[in-house]
Design a protein around this ligand. Structure first.
Ligand code: F6P
Ligand code: MN
Length: 322
């Protein structure tokens, strides 16, 4: 049996980075228990607050965020944290080497209906800079030393990269250990499956309109293939499906609201997912460039996302370049 620790050692990950990862995983195990108890733990439904994005928080968004925040503050290698559910970064330990940025519970509209959600994390070096300042966190995705997500579905799974490929672990409820179940996964380069929230169609820019209408045209259209569509409304679940059987996931820019370049957030959704996708041989772009090459200007910055099977993402990109 190979555990997370076995793989971290195999990839020669430093003890300090391993410690930061284990701190995140400890919290994810607690979140997993709360999700399994669901209504019995009194954790379903809405909290009374809105987050910095103006979205109503679910109780479990707040509980998961607090769990991670408190645990990571006690983790000596962590210098600071930034979270989807925190307006500002939170300084942790003076001597910490890492910044942990996370989406505590991705896909939270799925919580109350017992459908897959997840915790997404991105770990950056702190470089001795002030962890209470936003500027310290504004590093591009290429600086990530580790990224991953814990998916809470029928099974709780960890998908992680420390820059040496992507490994998948399943939480064994008997031993409460994440056990290696898929080593070095690769995304198939071509696909017949796409994921996009079609209800936003009228708000999309022209290149996405054309590309999606060509997908829908199937074997009679210019792409000469019959495509299938899936939409789980949790990025973790879409990325998980794509890692396992390929596909393209899109959350493009749309003009529903002015000055809002897409729905997803660069630093705790776009970047960590892009690291996993690229490490698994896929591609992840914003319609112009690779997401991890974007220089962030704000912790809560949004980004259009096209990720997944390399050939399909290149196709989507070619519509933007045309
Ligand atoms: O975190 C944002 C998120 O919940 C993603 O996980 C998911 O892909 C997307 O929003 C769902 O968006 P929509 O509400 O448009 O279906
Ligand atoms: Mn999210």
């Amino acid at each position: 049996m190979q555990t997370v620790q076995t793989i971290l050692e195999k990839h020669r990950v430093s003890d300090s980075l391993a410690q930061a990862i284990h701190c995140v995983l400890d919290c994810s195990k607690e979140i997993s228990v709360l999700l399994q108890k669901g209504a019995m733990a009194g954790v379903l439904g809405s909290a009374e607050n809105e987050n910095v994005q103006g979205e109503t928080q679910k109780k479990l968004d707040v509980i998961s965020n607090d769990l991670l925040k408190e645990r990571l503050a006690e983790c000596p290698v962590v210098a600071g944290i930034a979270s989807e559910e925190e307006d500002l970064p939170v300084a942790a330990n003076e001597d910490g080497q890492y910044l942990v940025i996370y989406d505590p519970l991705d896909g939270s509209s799925n919580i109350d209906i017992n459908v897959t959600v997840g915790t997404i994390f991105s770990i950056l070096p702190s470089r001795g800079e002030d962890p209470s300042k936003e500027a310290t966190y504004l590093q591009n995705g290429r600086q990530q030393v580790a990224a991953g997500y814990v998916l809470y579905g029928p099974a709780t799974m960890l998908v992680m990269s420390t820059g040496k490929g992507v490994d998948i672990f399943t939480l064994d409820p008997t031993s409460n250990e994440f056990v290696l179940t898929q080593e070095q996964v690769q995304i198939t380069p071509s696909t017949k499956e796409f994921a996009i929230n079609m209800s936003n169609q009228r708000f999309w820019a022209e290149p996405v309109q054309t590309y999606v209408s060509d997908l829908l045209a199937g074997e009679e259209g210019p792409l000469a293939k019959r495509y299938n569509m899936r939409w789980i409304a949790a990025m973790v679940a879409e990325v998980h499906r794509i890692l396992n059987r390929g596909g393209i996931f899109m959350y493009p820019w749309d003009n529903r609201e002015p000055n809002k370049p897409g729905k997803l957030r660069l630093m705790y959704e776009g970047n960590p997912m892009s690291m996993l996708v690229e490490q698994a041989g896929g591609l992840s772009v914003n319609g112009e460039i690779n997401i991890m090459d974007i220089e962030p200007e704000k912790i809560h910055q949004r980004v259009p996302v096209f990720l997944g099977s390399k050939e399909e993402v290149e196709k989507a990109l070619s519509y933007h370049k045309a």
